[in-house]
Every structure is written in structure tokens, then in C-alpha cells.
Design a protein around this ligand. Structure first.
Ligand SMILES: [Zn+2]
Ligand SMILES: [Zn+2]
Length: 111
């Protein structure tokens, strides 16, 4: 499942802000950015709420800012229906810290 389009769109927004793109996370400090749908951000780590986890493919050999990206199963229906992410349906995506992203991933996959 590809999502090159939304990644370009969002990472462009990121690059507008600074040359070196990092996130200042309250928990983890300076980390790389990752992208999550707002539902997964809200579900977070502390609750038992399982939204499902659909992660975009990325190339581990060729990492770029914002290439970690995931959305919930509800969002995946929109993704399938609309044929991908674009300006009209990706506005609820949030930039989060990479370590928070991985923690939420673990939580969603191992309730
Ligand atoms: Zn979602
Ligand atoms: Zn964090």
C-alpha cells in the first residue's frame, strides 16, 4: 500500500519550517518526526482503545523526514474509498515524535 503522495505533501510542510527537521517531544526530547492520524494520536498509549494500525511502506535504507506514517482502520476505509491521501482528506494527520509513534504502534499491536 503506497502513500507517496501524502508523504510528499506533509514532508514539504515540515521542511518549510526548518532545514533539519526534528520534533521537540515532551517525553523524548529532540527526535525525528513521524505522522499519525488524529485518532491514533488520541488513542495514545495510556488507554485500552484499539483503533487498528495501518502503516505506510517506507525504505529503511533510505529514510527521510516523515516517512513513518500510520493510520487507523477507520481511516483506511477513507483511504480505500478516495483512492489515497490528498489535500482534501489528509488534514487530520498530525506530526508526532518518532518514539511516540513506535510506542503507540506497539500498544496498538499488543493490547
Ligand atoms: Zn484514523
Ligand atoms: Zn515522544
Amino acid at each position: 500500500m503506497g502513500c507517496a503522495h501524502v508523504r510528499e505533501h506533509l514532508s514539504l510542510d515540515l521542511q518549510d519550517q526548518e532545514e533539519e527537521v526534528t520534533i521537540n517531544c515532551e517525553i523524548h526530547g529532540q527526535t525525528d518526526p513521524a505522522i499519525l492520524c488524529s485518532h491514533l494520536v488520541q488513542a495514545g498509549m495510556g488507554q485500552a482503545e484499539i483503533k487498528g494500525w495501518v502503516q505506510a511502506e517506507f525504505d529503511p535504507e533510505n529514510r527521510e523526514p516523515g516517512d513513518l506514517m500510520a493510520w487507523c482502520t477507520d481511516c483506511d476505509k477513507v483511504y480505500e474509498q478516495d483512492g489515497g491521501w490528498h489535500e482534501r482528506n489528509d488534514s487530520h494527520f498530525k506530526v508526532v515524535c518518532e518514539l511516540c509513534f513506535l510506542a503507540i504502534k506497539k500498544h496498538q499491536n499488543e493490547p
